[in-house]
Write a protein that binds this ligand. Structure first.
Ligand code: NAD
Length: 442
């Protein structure tokens, strides 16, 4: 097991629990970031813009309901945080290495001690131990303040039985840590105009949050299996979409809390015209919303929601939906931004254990080992971790501002490349973000 220990100063201090309680709003001191402009790049210097950590922006970036209101006030005194890193498979090692360097830089700038240890997960864990989620990895995660996961999976393990595939390890990690809420922000970056496959007027200004239930629904419901129908001899496959009232209530309240921090608008997505489980979903969401009279709640069938997401996504503020529908819709929403390589996510539980912060994308085996991966989704996931798990709000702001500054200066990985910009690889992109983080505070 490889181990990273980030060299930085500080002692014991505020950790996840403090962040979950939220912090008083306050202003963060921002300084302009200095990023080297790529030779020949279009003039971008005048457009440097940092993400402002308003409550709206915080929630839009994927915050927990408790933490979303917390603006940039650093906990007092030196602080230590324990982070388990799960590089996983494919491009995982590359994007994690870039992200660790960024965390290293931000720790040095903000006097944090980030104690980071890497553990095996996914295909790498299967190769080493025969299991996608070894007990030692789960123990390490449980003992951490937060978990940062890159990505898992790949062709090599595709033919294994379901129980021993990398994806099964990921589902088990979510289940074991009780991570029932997956928050996926989709915010269009002004610098990436033209990157989406949709027209600019459709995506410019998109800023929505998909809240997906993560530990219930058809991915976990029983009975499930592939059998032979005794009456006909035909093979039959079946899965079972099950939701209990309390599961719907808790995810609805997460979404309602986030809506309160944003535009106070929530669309619950279901298929209540066909599925009994969706009828229950809708009834429970309505019950939960009774405690949030300021939130405008509406309901949409999932087929319509998919269509509306590409027709006019700016109509959405917060969407809440079940596991299967959320899986599909959040990937669809992610393409509004232009690339999977730009999208972070957070998976959160009831606060009794660590959250898992991870890019939306998979292990991209087609580009693994070529230095072509975009590390930004992983870096922004680390920023979410700093904000929502560790309570390090200025550090989170600094990372996000550094990403924006690097984009402003015209640097691009292949997935977000456009005319007049400068192409860099994963490693160089990480170095540029490190430089911007370091320069921002000096
Ligand atoms: P994928 O997200 O890995 O890749 C889809 C496309 O996006 C590919 O063309 C890839 O090159 C590109 N891409 C993804 N991330 C990128 C990045 N950071 N920079 C540049 N380009 C990027 O999805 P897939 O190909 O369907 O799945 C590949 C493997 O990943 C499968 O084994 C799948 O099960 C697994 N997977 C894992 C996760 C996870 O770890 N959370 C999520 C989805 C898929």
């Amino acid at each position: 097991m490889a181990a990273f220990v980030v060299p930085c100063v500080g002692g014991v201090g505020a950790a996840a629990a403090a962040a979950r309680r939220g912090r008083p709003a306050g202003a963060s001191a921002r300084r302009p970031l200095r990023v080297p402009a790529p030779a020949g790049a279009a003039a971008a210097a005048g457009r440097r813009r940092a993400m402002v950590p308003t409550a709206t922006a915080a929630a839009s970036a994927g915050g927990s309901p408790a933490a979303a209101s917390a603006d940039a006030v650093a906990p007092a005194g030196p602080r230590t945080h324990t982070i388990t890193l799960l590089p996983g498979d494919g491009i995982g090692e590359e994007i994690m290495a870039a992200t660790v360097d960024v965390l290293d830089a931000v720790a040095a700038r903000f006097d944090l001690t980030l104690s980071m240890s890497s553990a095996l997960m996914g295909g790498a864990a299967i190769d080493a131990t025969g299991e996608p989620l070894p007990a030692a990895t789960l123990d390490a995660c449980r003992a951490s303040d937060a978990v940062l996961l890159a990505c898992i999976g790949g062709y090599k393990w595709d033919d294994l039985p379901r129980a021993s595939r990398p994806e099964t390890g990921l589902l088990a990690l979510r289940k074991q840590l009780g991570l029932f809420a997956n928050l996926r922000p989709a915010k269009a970056f002004a610098q990436l105009e033209g990157a989406s496959s949709l027209k600019d007027e459709v995506v410019n200004g998109v800023d929505l949050m998909v809240v997906r239930e993560l530990t219930g629904g058809v991915y976990f419901g029983t009975p499930k299996g592939i059998d032979t129908d005794p009456a006909t001899g035909a093979r039959v496959g079946y899965s079972n979409m099950v939701y209990h009232d309390y599961e719907v209530q808790r995810i609805a309240r997460v979404a309602l809390d986030i809506a309160m921090k944003r535009g106070k608008s929530l669309v619950s997505v279901d298929k209540a015209n066909v599925l009994e489980v969706s009828q229950l979903w809708r009834e429970e969401v309505i019950k939960a919303a009774a405690d949030y009279p300021e939130v405008a709640l509406s309901h949409m069938y999932v087929d319509n929601a998919a269509m509306q997401l590409v027709r006019w996504p700016k109509q959405f503020d917060v969407m809440v939906t079940g596991n299967l529908f959320g899986d599909v819709l959040s990937d669809c929403a992610s393409m509004l931004v232009g690339s999977l390589g730009m999208l972070p996510s957070a998976s959160l539980g009831d606060g009794s254990g660590p959250g898992v912060f991870e890019p939306v994308h998979g292990s991209a085996p087609d580009i693994a080992g070529t230095d072509a991966a975009n590390p930004v989704a992983c870096v922004l996931s680390a920023a979410m971790m700093l904000r929502y798990a560790l309570g390090e709000f200025p550090a989170a702001d600094a990372v996000e501002a550094a990403v924006e500054a690097v984009l402003d200066a015209g640097w691009r990985t292949g997935d977000i490349m456009s005319e007049g910009k400068t192409l860099v690889g994963c490693k160089r992109m990480g170095e540029l973000i490190v430089d911007a983080v370091s320069a921002g505070g000096k």
